[in-house]
Ligand binder design. Structure first.
Ligand SMILES: [Zn+2]
Ligand SMILES: [Zn+2]
Ligand SMILES: [Zn+2]
Ligand SMILES: [Zn+2]
Length: 144
């Protein structure tokens, strides 16, 4: 589920200051931002994880704002190898309906990175072994 929200700029109201949805302090600035139908200090519209200021578009969950990468890292597809989220900038490999970080798609024995076209053997659904190691009999014995 994607919660994309767009930022829009508004003018602060003289006198009747609104509370910022981020820090809950009144907004006395001339300009403020509207996100999630609430008012924010421009400086408070930051990614909750990396603190990067967010421009025109961001992602939200539980009233927190995230940049695209951190949002996907937290809530996006999980890598079947390491269990961490996959962000749109990560390189991935797909195997048997599962998605892996490039770095997690490696031979169990020699740790070399496997490529999609390469002949490989799958153990326990999310472990891989390259052909050479398999033929050399290095696969763990409980996996047939
Ligand atoms: Zn604030
Ligand atoms: Zn971030
Ligand atoms: Zn991974
Ligand atoms: Zn290997």
């Amino acid at each position: 589920m994607l919660n994309v929200c767009y930022l829009s700029t508004g003018r602060g109201e003289a006198g009747g200051a609104m509370a910022c949805a981020g820090c809950e302090k009144p907004i006395l600035d001339k300009f403020l931002l509207h996100v999630l139908e609430r008012a924010w200090h421009a400086a408070c519209v930051r990614c909750a994880d990396c603190r990067a200021p967010l421009a025109d578009k961001c992602y939200s969950r539980d009233n927190k704002l995230f940049c695209r990468n951190d949002f996907f890292r937290r809530y996006g597809t999980k890598c079947s190898g390491c269990g961490h989220g996959i962000s749109p900038s990560d390189l991935v490999r797909k195997a048997r309906e599962k998605v892996f970080h490039l770095n997690c798609f490696t031979c169990l024995v020699c740790r070399k990175q496997l490529s999609t076209g390469e002949e490989l053997y799958v153990l326990d659904d999310n472990k891989f072994i390259c052909k050479e190691d398999y033929l050399a009999g290095k696969a763990p014995t409980h996996c047939k």
